[in-house]
Design a protein around this ligand. Structure first.
Ligand code: ITT
Length: 200
C-alpha cells in the first residue's frame, strides 16, 4: 500500500529526520527540497504559532496541497526566554551550533541550577487548501546544562539537560528523545487532528 504523503514546509534536516523517525512507518515525509519547491518564507510572526502558520500557509498557497510546518525554539529563563523564536537566527543562521551553544553557556556562567530553567517549544501548524488552519503545541521542560554533551539530535540538544534523566537530549537515542520531546508531543496531537479530519 502506498504511504500517505505529508508535506512539511521546512528546510531543517534535523526536523525532517525526527518526523521520519516518528511517522515514517505510516507516512511519507516530504520537505520543501523533496518536492522541489524553493520558497524563501519570511518568518515575521511574534510567536511560534504565528510563524508556524505563516510557513504552512505559504507552501500551501504555492502548491495547493495540505501542508504542515514546525516552528520551534529554545527558551532560557535566565536570558529572558532567549533565543526563543530567534533560535535558528541566533548569532546568525550560518553560525555553527558549537559556537551558539558555547555563547549561551558563557552568558549564563555563574547562574545557579535553580535559575537555569529552560525548555523546547514546538508548534506544528497544518494549512488546508480550503484556507483553514489547525495548530498543535508541545513543550518539554528542563535546564540549561553547564557544558555541551552528546552527539545526537541537532541544534541546542547538547545543552538541554533533563534532570530526571541525568543527561542532555543530545545524549539520548532518537526514539527516547522523540517519545518525550516538544516535537513528539506536537506530532501526536497533530496526527490526532488529521485523523479526525480524515486526512491521515
Ligand atoms: P524551518 O523554518 O525551515 O523549519 P528552522 O531551523 O529555521 O527551519 P525554526 O525557525 O522553527 O526552524 O527554528 C527552530 C530552531 O530551534 C532550530 O533551528 C534549533 O536551533 C532549535 N530547535 C528546535 N527544536 C529543537 C530540537 O529538538 N533540538 C535542538 N534544537 C531545536
Amino acid at each position: 500500500m502506498n504511504k500517505k504523503k505529508l508535506v512539511f514546509a521546512t528546510g531543517n534536516q534535523g526536523k525532517v529526520n525526527e518526523f521520519r523517525q516518528m511517522l515514517g512507518d505510516e507516512y511519507e515525509i516530504l520537505s520543501m527540497k523533496d518536492i522541489g519547491v524553493e520558497l524563501d518564507i519570511v518568518e515575521d510572526g511574534a510567536t511560534f504559532e504565528e510563524n508556524a502558520i505563516i510557513k504552512a500557509k505559504a507552501l500551501m498557497e504555492a502548491t495547493g496541497e495540505m501542508v504542515l510546518a514546525d516552528d520551534s525554539g529554545f527558551e532560557v529563563d535566565a536570558l529572558n526566554k532567549e533565543p526563543g523564536i530567534y533560535s535558528s537566527r541566533y548569532m546568525g543562521e550560518d553560525t555553527p551550533y558549537s559556537v551558539k551553544n558555547a555563547e549561551l553557556l558563557r552568558r549564563c556562567e555563574g547562574v545557579p541550577d535553580e535559575k537555569r530553567d529552560a525548555r523546547f517549544v514546538c508548534v506544528i501548524a497544518c494549512a488546508f487548501p480550503d484556507g483553514r488552519v489547525e495548530t498543535a503545541t508541545g513543550v518539554i521542560e528542563g535546564k540549561l546544562a553547564h557544558e555541551p554533551k552528546g552527539e545526537n539530535g541537532f541544534g541546542y540538544d547538547p545543552i538541554f539537560y533533563l534532570p530526571e534523566r541525568g543527561c542532555t537530549t543530545g545524549e539520548m537515542p532518537p526514539e527516547e528523545k522523540n517519545a518525550i520531546s516538544h516535537r513528539g508531543i506536537a506530532v501526536h496531537k497533530m496526527v490526532e487532528i488529521l485523523k479526525k479530519e480524515g486526512q491521515a
